[in-house]
Design a protein around this ligand. Structure first.
Ligand SMILES: C[S@@+](CC[C@H](N)C(=O)[O-])C[C@H]1O[C@@H](n2cnc3c(N)ncnc32)[C@H](O)[C@@H]1O
Length: 265
């Protein structure tokens, strides 16, 4: 499967998709297909650095997460590791976190990790998340109702980045915060070495473990067509966010975009 960028809007889409709906369907089917091997492959390919990234992103929002009444959404939660990092920072008895994804196969695996009382060994009062099967571009969530939205390695897959940013803005309360953790392409010598790993080694390992070529060839292509930090920050400002910033992680292999819905419009 090859991914290209639409001419009119920014958003990664599978080749052959004729509109946003067909693009979203292709992405969902791809994640449904790789869900059984996703966790294993993720940890192998990132050599477990992904755990540090999720934890670091959660730490960035420690104040809001520590508020038991804060309404928090992990969008594109997949198999739930970002959600788990957020839950570790929530106090006992905190309002349940929302964890949403449109791939049922990914979400059901996540729900086994972060689900409510009765799921796994979770004890009474321990923070948990409610799984929500939903499309990030059409959230079944009331406007101005959330204090924090976080997304880890999912935003890049949206069919329309501007529409995604606008939808997050709609559901955030004035003053609410947004955090988007995404891959990036580092520059310099390290960037060149990393590009070889990312474009050649990683798809080959993905093929071996998953038995499917498409999904892990798609990863470097989708990262390559994702806007660089300056452009992404421009999109965020254009969608109405303030205090927009990008914090590179691990030499810029990944990074956290942050912004806030202004208190006063
Ligand atoms: C690379 S996985 C990341 C999962 C998890 N956040 C993590 O850090 O491991 C991307 C996830 O985004 C989800 N996704 C992509 N587009 C989406 C959309 N429009 N709405 C909801 N989920 C979406 C996919 O189903 C997939 O589970």
């Amino acid at each position: 499967m090859r991914f290209v960028t639409w001419m009119t809007t920014t958003g990664a889409k599978p080749q052959g998709a004729t509109d946003e709906a067909s693009a979203a369907r292709a992405v969902r089917e791809m994640f449904d297909a790789i869900a059984p091997r996703y966790d294993l492959l993720n940890h192998v390919l990132s050599m477990n650095v992904d755990r540090l990234w999720w934890r670091r992103a959660a730490r960035r929002f420690k104040e809001v997460l520590a508020d038991p009444d804060a309404a928090v959404l992990d969008i594109c939660c997949g198999t739930g590791d970002m959600t788990m990092a957020l839950l570790k920072r929530r106090p006992r008895g905190a309002r349940p976190t929302l964890a949403a994804d449109f791939s049922r196969a990914m979400l059901s695996r996540g729900a086994k990790k972060f689900g409510g009382p009765g799921v796994g060994a979770r004890r009474v009062g321990e923070p948990y998340a409610i799984p929500l099967e939903a499309d990030a571009l059409h959230l079944p969530i009331q406007s101005a109702s959330l204090d924090l939205i976080v997304s880890a390695f999912g935003f890049r897959n949206l069919a329309n980045y501007e529409a995604g940013l606008r939808e997050f803005h709609r559901v955030l309360k004035p003053g609410g915060q947004l955090g988007i953790l995404e891959f990036s392409e580092p520059g310099g010598l390290l960037g060149k070495a990393y590009a070889v790993y990312f474009r050649r080694v990683l798809p080959a390992i993905g093929r071996m473990v998953c038995g499917k070529a498409g999904a892990y060839s798609y990863l470097p292509i989708s990262v390559g067509s994702f806007p660089p930090p300056a452009k992404m920050l421009e999109l965020m400002r254009g969608a109405g966010y303030e205090d927009c910033a990008w914090q590179p992680y691990t030499f810029g292999i990944a990074g956290l975009y942050t912004g806030a819905r202004p208190l006063v419009v």
